[in-house]
Design a protein around this ligand. Sequence first.
Ligand code: AMP
Length: 281
Amino acid sequence: METIKDIARLREKIREVKKKGLSIGFVPTMGYLHEGHLSLMKTAKKENDFMVISIFVNPLQFGAGEDFEEYPRDLARDEMLARSVGCDLIFSPSVKEMYPSGYGTFVEVKKLTEGLCGASRPGHFLGVTTVVTKLFNLVSPDRVYFGQKDAQQAFVLKKMVRDLNMDLEFIVLPTIREADGLAMSSRNKYLTPEQRKQAGVLYKSLKHARELIVEGERNVEVIKQAMANLISEAGMAEIEYIEIVDKENLKPLLTVNGECLIALAVKFGQTRLIDNIILEV
Ligand code: AMP
């Protein structure tokens, strides 16, 4: 396994791999790897000849006052974990390497980026689509792997790939959870022990919504209120949004029918956590 920091060396290596006719599976990450990342990497390894990950905390997708500076970074630990699942190449560029002075090109997906996290984090998805486009251009993957955990991100990127005719297969894999249901996230590290204990309520509220729907409840407001009540029992939780949206266009629903996405963002202190489930009615 090789860790590459500069674009020239990456291009050289990718050309070698392509020349050998090997298929490339790619997992973009911001590092501080956990089992969620590793599950994507294991699948990428199984389905491709050569597995590449990127580790890049992308400043473009963080808003003012967000946690770009504090975001956990530990390349040595990540290298060890990546090696353990058969990673062939880590691309870990500096900010200057990705955005040299005078950088001025951006990729924007409209509409799908307006609601949910897009509403509370203006500019976030512009940063995501721009950096992922650059990474796809650099790595030339045959298949790319993303987590359901960031459901809106996966929808937005899938749309970008389709709209811009990117020649790759886009694969979304299930959310990996802790024993109490909390979705794994590099940001869980920020939680105090008490916040961590309370954070299990997020998945509990999603499961409660599923139960209500299975029992026949169709009114979105009623379901959202029941989720909010449950989450509020955790005294440290501050709800940013709870939404039930159409699975195709991510528009808010009034009644549940067909496939829907139930998504939430909740803050524990400064730590913003997201989670979701997809339901078919
Ligand atoms: P990040 O490093 O947080 O940008 O995540 C990199 C990739 O890992 C994204 O495709 C995420 O959706 C995915 N991911 C993050 N957490 C999880 C999780 N708990 N289960 C599955 N995939 C995840």
